[in-house]
Design a protein around this ligand. Structure first.
Ligand SMILES: NC(=O)c1ccc[n+]([C@@H]2O[C@H](COP(=O)([O-])OP(=O)(O)OC[C@H]3O[C@@H](n4cnc5c(N)ncnc54)[C@H](OP(=O)(O)O)[C@@H]3O)[C@@H](O)[C@H]2O)c1
Length: 313
């Protein structure tokens, strides 16, 4: 068989792809929910500062429809994006939802009129948050809800989350939530939550240059729990690295594609939810499912985080 090796897999002459189109599938532990490893994060669909409607609502609908048409079946959202805006756009674009579409939302924050992000963690606020999500998404039950701890400015902060996780477990018993995840949490908080209920995913800040969760990812992988990095492309400060750019040039890919491909290679329990308001960027991100990085390239990319840490000191 004559196959041409490209960073996007083996092409031509009947050569099989080395990876499934959207990075392969993952089943959340203890659930019947199976998703493609490349999903979509909806936060970029709200207006500037994740506040109010987008400048181009039809464009936002088009991005969601293009994602689902391409096979994406894992969408990340929150009713506090906008607030309410991204959920309402998801409903407009995709309702009635196709079987197999998994919408993951989160509770734990609210957006007052000053556009700040404030904790909303009392049982009353968590219950109200579930009903906001159900109403705005047009659902009777939420597939997966992450309890999103507010933490400190730069990431998670230690402290008990038992009260909030217990409240979510109670909502699960009432069939308003099917499964529970966590976001912006420490390893100790994950363990604390697991003593209360099953945890199917953890969503924390992690990417090529920000690797504080390496040990947590490996621990969750051993348990079959999904790790879903937020800011996979750097979020509000897009990843920039001469190594990343050089690797991308060499492979004939875009730097952001290499950053996502590195995450898919990092651990089989990593699921991607890159955010974009652009159909062109969406297509670039989905193409990553067919990218293969060699061990040498992975080693080169692994040096980026160490260089980022050294540059801070
Ligand atoms: N749990 C949490 O606390 C938390 C926090 C933040 C985010 N999230 C979730 O995680 C998802 C991902 O995070 P994020 O959207 O903040 O950050 P991200 O995915 O790291 O980056 C999004 C940024 O990258 C740009 N981008 C996307 N694809 C690109 C491409 N192919 N080429 C160049 N630029 C590209 C987007 O701009 P364009 O729109 O121009 O493409 C946007 O500015 C969110 O959508 C949200 O669902 C969760």
């Amino acid at each position: 068989m004559n196959a041409r090796r490209t960073p996007f897999g083996l092409e031509a002459d009947g050569g099989g792809m080395s990876r499934a189109a959207l990075g392969g599938r993952f089943t959340f532990p203890g659930t019947s929910l199976t998703v493609e490893r490349i999903g979509y994060g909806a936060m970029q669909l709200a207006g500037p500062g994740v506040w109010g409607p987008p400048g181009d609502p039809d464009g936002a609908v088009a991005v969601l429809r293009a994602a689902v048409a391409a096979g994406v079946n894992h969408i990340d959202t929150a009713d506090f994006y906008g607030p309410h805006v991204t959920n309402q756009i998801i409903r407009r674009a995709l309702h009635p939802y196709s079987a197999g579409l998994v919408i993951v939302t989160k509770l734990g924050a609210r957006r007052p009129a000053d556009k700040s992000w404030q904790p909303a963690i009392s049982p009353r606020e968590l219950i109200a948050g579930v009903h906001d999500n159900l109403r705005n998404l047009g659902l009777d039950a939420l597939d997966i809800v992450n309890y999103r701890a507010m933490g400190a400015i730069h990431g998670p902060a230690e402290g008990s989350i038992a009260g909030q996780v217990t409240a979510l477990a109670e909502l699960r018993r009432k069939d308003l939530i099917r499964h529970i995840g966590l976001s912006n949490v420490t390893a100790a908080q994950v363990a604390e939550a697991q003593a209360i209920t099953d945890v199917v995913c953890v969503q924390n800040n992690y990417n090529l240059a920000h690797r504080g969760d390496d040990a947590l990812i490996d621990n969750l992988a051993r348990q079959g729990i999904a790790y879903v990095p937020f800011f996979p492309l750097g979020g509000f400060t897009p990843l920039q690295s001469s190594t990343l750019s050089a690797v991308a040039d060499r492979l004939g890919a875009k730097p952001m594609q290499v950053a996502l491909a590195w995450l898919l290679h990092r651990s089989p329990n990593i699921l991607l939810i890159p955010g974009t308001s652009s159909v062109a960027h969406l297509r670039e991100n989905l193409a990553v499912g067919r990218m293969t990085l060699s061990p040498e390239t992975l080693a080169e990319l692994n040096g980026i985080a160490a260089a980022a840490v050294a540059a801070k000191h």
